[in-house]
Structure formats: C-alpha cells, structure tokens
Design a protein around this ligand. Structure first.
Ligand code: PLP
Length: 356
C-alpha cells in the first residue's frame, strides 16, 4: 500500500480557489501616497496588523514599501515573521509590546521595535538588554499606554526612544476629546527624549497639521475605508471579493430558497449558487440584502447566507453558467451602512479560503 506521503505526491495540482479577493494594487499605492501627502510635514507609515486588515500582508507590504512607506505596524509578535519576509526589521514596530520576557527576547533577536505600553514593559525591555523602542502614551482612550505621570520614572528616562505615540479615541468625529488628546500628546513630547512623534490614524490625518507630528499611522484608509467625509474624495476602493457559480437552477413560483425559507419566488426564476458564505466573512447580515455584479448587471442575494454558499437571482444575467465569476458590491462606506458592520469588520472578516 502506498504511504500517506507517496499519495500526497501523486495528487494533481490543487485547483484555484472558487473564491478570490481582487486587490487593486495601484489603488493601494495611490491611497498610501494620498495619505502621505495629506500628512504634510509628517511621513505616512502603515498599520498592517491582522494580516493587513484581512487583505494579506504578503500582497500588501511589498506594494506599500515600493510606494515609499518605511514604517509598518503590527499588533502581535506572531505577525512579525510574515512581515519580515517583505520589509526590513528596522521598519517594523509591534503595538502590543513585550508582555513577557519571551516577547522581549524575540524583539531583540528579530531587530524590530517594541511599543512600550507600561512600566512593566519598560522594565522587561531594559532587563532583556533594551535597544531602540517606541512608547505609547495613553492620552484618553484608556486602552493600553503609559500615563503621563509614568514618564517621570527613571526606567522611562533610560529608554532609547525612537517614536513617542499616542492614539485618538474619536478621530472620526468632531469631538472635544481630539484637542484634549492632542494637547496631552504634545506635553508628553516635552517630557521624554525621542526622535519622532506620532498621533494620527487614518481619520486623524484629516484633523490637520497639529495632529501630524513626524509620522502618521493610517490603516483603514489604505485599504479603501473612508472614516470621515474629508477623505472621501482622496481614497479609492482596493478590495473586491469575487466568487464562482457552483450551480445554476430554475425554480417555480412559490418555491423557497435557503435555510428557513426566508425567500419565496413570486414567479419562475433562474437562480445561482455561489461559493461564498459566512465562514468566509460574508456574514448573515447580507441575507436578502447583498448585491453581486456580472459585467455591471445586478445579481442580488436571495435568502439566507449559509456557511459555504449563498444563492443569487440570475434574472438580469441569464447567460451565466457554472464556473462563471461574480463580483461582490463591497464599497466599504456603503457596505457598512447596508450590513450594519463597521468598515474595519468588513475588511478583517474576510476569511482564509479566498485566493489572494
Ligand atoms: C490600528 C491602529 C492604527 C490604524 O488605525 P486606522 O483607523 O485603521 O487608520 C493606528 N494606530 C494604532 C495604535 C492602531 O492600533
């Protein structure tokens, strides 16, 4: 009998996935350049945590690096190796910082900068041997970060700080918290030795020069998200999910479609089943609401989205056959309104079964 290893070598090549993410690399690079320009005197970096917001860091990081981006942010230490394959270690900072001695040892061996978020993290980093690091100052979001009062501690004075960061809680709104946080961040800049300062995420860039410092940290807008009206004319759509038709069928008036029969045909219909479901991040929020396109023709979702499949109405595209591809309407600001999900969720949900 053939061994398991031999059987695997006898398999034909794995066929292409029946769903894929179309990523517009030119739009991605153009979005970075627009955000870099809007950052004024500051240079734009890029938040590429969560696998570049679900797009795939292997496809995204080289495009941004070629466009001129020199600062990349991930959240977890586990995200470093995939990014290191595409950008220099000196360009990487890890937002969660070293919580354990193993984290600090890894940061030193990889040559990436940890974000120091607490006195505990500062002590760990120093005990591990230290080196260039960033610090996150909490100026009002009350998530992670050092308090202004912590900055007087000797363990902070001893750090070799590249970037002093803070993070805005309400950059996408006209809120008095923005100015209050900006002032506290400015105060922090006067309290510790550092090379660069950074405050703004995507929406923060639109708040103007006082929020720019030396470096900005856009994420969402790079990938086509529009967090505030001021960015609407600057940002292009990057991501379009596409799915292949698995089956085409005819149903008669009165027949229902999908789990719990939420859709009932009013007349005879030609329907299609696509290889896309909630396990791929196309959540049940799209049931009876989502829209796909074939050469611009509307192909609406009918019935409940299920785990691996969704049913569509082919009335406007009757020529479609098994294996043909459909594009999902996924303009993020509009998709957020229709689905009730945030633009961030719409991106980071996109699952592993998409070919990227
Ligand atoms: C995720 C993140 C960003 C990017 O924010 P967007 O709103 O996606 O532009 C910037 N800074 C920090 C600290 C983050 O965690």
């Amino acid at each position: 009998m053939a061994s398991r290893a031999t059987l695997l070598t006898m398999l034909a090549d794995l066929p292409p996935a029946s769903l894929r993410l179309s990523i517009d690399r030119d739009a991605l690079a153009a979005n970075w350049r627009a955000l870099d320009r809007l950052s004024g005197q500051a240079k734009a970096g890029a938040a590429v945590k969560a696998d570049a917001y679900g797009l795939g860091v292997a496809g995204v990081a080289p495009v941004l690096h070629r466009a001129g981006c020199e600062d990349f942010f991930v959240a977890h230490w586990q995200e470093v190796p995939a990014l290191l394959a595409h950008v220099p270690a000196a360009a990487i900072a890890v937002l969660h910082g070293p919580v354990t001695a193993a984290d600090a040892a890894f940061a030193r061996s990889a040559g990436v900068r940890p974000m120091i978020n607490s006195l505990h993290q500062a002590r760990l980093w120093t005990a591990a041997g230290g080196g260039a690091c960033d610090v996150m100052i909490d100026t009002g979001i009350n998530r992670i970060g050092l308090a202004l009062a912590d900055l007087a501690e000797p363990v902070i004075a001893d750090l070799n700080i590249d970037v002093v960061h803070s993070h805005l809680a309400s950059a996408d709104e006209d809120s008095p918290l923005n100015a209050a946080q900006q002032q506290r961040w400015n105060a922090a800049r006067g309290m510790v030795q550092h090379k660069r300062a950074s405050l703004a995420n995507s929406a923060g860039i639109a708040l103007g020069a006082a929020y720019h410092g030396d470096l900005t940290r856009p994420g969402l807008a790079l990938y086509g998200g529009i967090p505030c009206a001021a960015l609407a004319s600057e940002i292009q759509q990057v991501v379009t999910p596409e799915a292949a038709l698995l089956q085409v069928r005819e149903i008669v008036a009165g027949e229902s479609v999908g789990y719990n029969a939420t859709f009932v045909a009013a007349q005879p219909m030609r329907i299609g089943v696509i290889s896309l479901g909630y396990a791929d991040g196309y959540l049940r929020a799209w049931s009876d609401k989502g829209m796909l396109r074939s050469s611009g023709r509307p192909v609406p979702v009918i019935g409940r989205v299920s785990m691996d499949m969704t049913v569509v109405d082919l009335s406007a595209a009757p020529d479609l056959r098994e294996g043909d591809w459909l594009a999902v309407d996924y303009s993020l600001p509009e998709a957020a309104v229709t689905s009730g999900l945030s633009q961030y969720e719409l991106l980071t949900l996109l699952g592993r079964r998409f070919g990227r």
